[in-house]
Design a protein around this ligand. Structure first.
Ligand code: TXE
Length: 486
C-alpha cells in the first residue's frame, strides 16, 4: 500500500492573515538530513507581492506615527514569544536547514529573540543630531521612517538573519514586505504565527514565500518599495543592484566572503586551534563569517596542521538531532554538489586533501541526506580558484607564510572583504595587521564574538552598507535637516 504522507503547507502572511498564494501552487521543501520533501512552500509571484505591498503601504501611516514606546512593547512581546517557543523553533530550524539542533537552540533562535529585543529597546535610545551656528541659526536633523522596506534573506542562518533585518526596520517605524529563502522557509512561517499572537497590527509585516527570481525580483522592482535590505550571494546582489540602482532605491547588501585566518607563531596555540575548529566548520561552514583560508606562520605550521587535522578527524558528522553531532547536513543537494565540486577543483589545482573531501553516507533514514566530511586542503597557491572563490561549506585550505607583508598580500588578494581573524599576543602587531586588512570586521584572538551595537558588513564584493546598532536605524530612516534662522 502506498503511504501518503501529510505535507504541511506553509502560508504567506499578508495583512495580518495566513493566506495561500494567489496561484494556489506550491514548491517542495526538503529536509536535508534525510533528503526528502516534508512540506510545501507557496510558489508566490508578483501578484502576492502586490497584495503584500498594498497592505504594508496602507499600514505605514499609522505604524510610523505609533509612539515608539508602543512599537517597542509589541516587538519585545514578539521577542518573548520567540523565547517561549525556543524548542519548537529550534527543531523546525534544524529540520529545515540540516544544522545541529544544539546549534539552533544555542545560537539561531536565541539570537532571533535578541534581534527583536535589541532593536525594540534601541529605538528608545535613538536620537538625532543638532548643529548650532552660533547666533545665526540652529539645524536639527529629523530621522523619519521611510515607508515599505523589502527584506530578502538567505538560508544559512534563516530566522537569525531574517529578524536581523525586520526588527530594525519595524522598530524605526517602517512597514515591511519580507522574503525568507525558499530553501529554509519554515521558521519565518512560524514567526508569522507569533506576530499574530503578539498583536502586531495588520500589514505592518508581510511575509511572501517563494523563489528568488519571482518574489525577490518583484520586491526589488516594486515602485512602492524604496528600500532593499538583502543578504545572500554576491551574484544575486549584483542582480539586485542592476534593478534597484537605476530606481535610486536605498540598498544594504550583505554578500559573500572568503575570510582569512592569520595565525602568528606568538599566538595562544590551544585557543587558536580550538577557535579555528569553530570558524572552519560551525554550521557546516555555511556562515558568511567562517574563515576558509587559514594562514599559519611557517615556524608552527606543521605543529598546527597536525593538531588541526587530528581534531577535525574526531568531529562527528551525524543526525542533526543527536546532541553529540558536530556537523549536520549541508542545506541542499545542489549545494552539496557545489561544495564537493570545489574539492575536485582543489585537487586539479594541485591541492592535497589532508582529511575529508567526500560525501558522508549515514545509515537508516539518513542515508539520502546531504552530509560532507569536514575537509582540510593544503598545497594550494593563494591565487588559485579554490582560494579565491566562496565555497560556503565545511572545506578550508591551510597555507604557511613567512612575513607579515606576505600574509597581508595573500589575505587581501580576493575580491571579497567581509571578516578576518588574527591570532597573536603582540598588541602592536594586532593593531598593525588589523589596520591593513581589507575587511569590514577583524577579530583578534577570537571569532564571531558579536556585540550587536557594532557595524556589521563588508568591503569590496562582500557588500554595500553596514547593519548593526544605530547603523541599521540610519539605514532604515531618512535624515531631514531643518535649518531655523534665529
Ligand atoms: O543565495 P541567493 P543562494 C552565498 C554562498 C552560496 C551562494 C548562493 O556562496 O553558495 O551565495 O546561495 C533570494 N532577486 N551565500 O543561491 O540566491 C533568494 O530567494 C532578489 C552567502 O541560496 O543569493 C534568497 O531569499 N532576490 C550568504 C536570497 O535571495 C533573489 C548566505 C539569497 O539567495 C534573487 C547565503 C533575485 N534575482 C548564500 N535570486 C551570506 N552572505 O551569508 C535569489 N534571491
Amino acid at each position: 500500500m502506498v503511504q501518503i504522507k501529510f505535507m504541511q503547507k506553509i502560508q504567506n502572511y499578508i495583512n495580518g492573515e495566513l493566506v495561500e498564494p494567489i496561484s494556489k501552487t506550491y514548491i517542495d521543501n526538503y529536509n536535508p538530513s534525510i533528503g526528502e520533501v516534508y512540506s510545501l512552500i507557496p510558489d508566490s509571484d508578483e501578484q502576492d507581492v502586490e497584495l503584500a505591498t498594498k497592505a504594508a503601504k496602507a499600514a505605514f501611516p499609522k505604524w510610523s506615527k505609533t509612539p515608539k514606546d508602543d512599537r517597542s512593547r509589541i516587538l519585545q512581546k514578539l521577542a518573548q514569544l520567540i523565547e517561549d517557543n525556543l524548542d519548537r523553533l529550534a527543531e523546525a530550524e534544524s529540520r529545515d536547514n540540516g544544522k545541529p539542533l544544539s546549534l539552533a537552540k544555542r545560537v539561531d533562535i536565541p539570537r532571533a529573540a535578541s534581534n527583536f529585543n535589541f532593536y525594540a529597546t534601541g529605538i528608545l535610545h535613538y536620537a538625532s543630531e543638532s548643529h548650532a551656528m552660533e547666533d545665526t541659526a540652529i539645524n536639527y536633523t529629523l530621522r523619519e521612517p521611510i515607508g515599505v522596506c523589502g527584506c530578502i534573506s538567505p538560508w544559512n542562518l534563516p530566522l537569525y538573519l531574517f529578524t536581523w533585518k525586520i526588527a530594525p526596520a519595524l522598530a524605526a517605524g517602517n512597514t515591511v514586505v519580507a522574503k525568507p529563502s525558499e530553501v529554509t522557509p519554515f521558521t519565518a512561517y512560524l514567526l508569522s504565527e507569533l506576530c499574530v499572537e503578539a498583536g502586531l497590527p495588520n500589514g505592518v509585516l508581510n511575509i511572501v514565500h517563494g523563489l528568488g527570481h519571482k518574489v525577490g525580483t518583484a520586491i526589488t522592482k516594486h515602485t512602492d518599495i524604496p528600500v532593499i535590505s538583502f543578504t545572500g550571494g554576491t551574484v544575486t546582489g549584483a542582480e539586485i543592484i542592476k534593478i534597484a540602482g537605476p530606481m535610486f532605491k536605498k540598498m544594504s547588501l550583505e554578500l559573500g566572503g572568503k575570510n582569512p585566518n592569520i595565525i602568528f607563531d606568538d599566538c595562544d596555540f590551544d585557543k587558536a586551534l580550538k577557535t579555528t575548529m569553530h570558524s572552519s566548520f560551525a554550521n557546516q561552514g555555511q556562515i558568511c563569517l567562517c574563515g576558509s583560508r587559514i594562514f599559519v606562520k611557517r615556524g608552527i605550521y606543521e605543529k598546527f596542521k597536525i593538531a588541526f587535522v587530528e581534531k577535525t578527524k574526531k568531529l562527528k558528522v551525524g543526525n542533526p538531532f543527536d546532541t553529540d553531532t558536530n556537523l549536520g547536513a549541508v542545506v541542499s543537494q545542489p549545494h552539496m554538489e557545489k561544495v564537493l565540486s570545489y574539492v575536485k577543483l582543489a585537487q586539479e589545482e594541485g591541492g592535497t586533501v589532508l582529511t575529508g573531501g567526500h560525501q558522508v553516507h549515514l545509515d537508516g533514514e539518513l542515508q539520502n541526506g546531504y552530509y560532507i566530511a569536514p575537509t582540510i586542503i593544503e598545497g594550494l597557491t593563494f591565487d588559485c580558484r579554490t582560494n579565491q572563490e566562496e565555497i560556503f561549506g565545511p572545506v578550508v585550505t591551510i597555507m604557511p607564510f613567512d612575513t607579515e607583508e606576505e600574509v597581508l598580500m595573500m589575505a587581501n588578494s580576493t575580491k571579497y572583504g567581509l571578516a578576518s581573524t588574527v591570532w597573536t599576543q603582540d598588541v602592536t602587531k594586532a593593531h598593525n595587521v588589523a589596520s591593513k586588512l581589507h575587511s569590514g570586521i577583524v577579530w583578534v584572538n577570537c571569532w564571531l564574538l558579536r556585540d550587536l551595537r557594532t557595524p556589521f558588513g563588508g568591503v569590496k564584493n562582500s557588500g554595500v552598507g553596514r547593519e548593526g546598532g544605530f547603523n541599521a536605524f540610519e539605514f532604515f530612516t531618512e535624515p531631514k535637516n531643518v535649518c531655523i534662522k534665529l
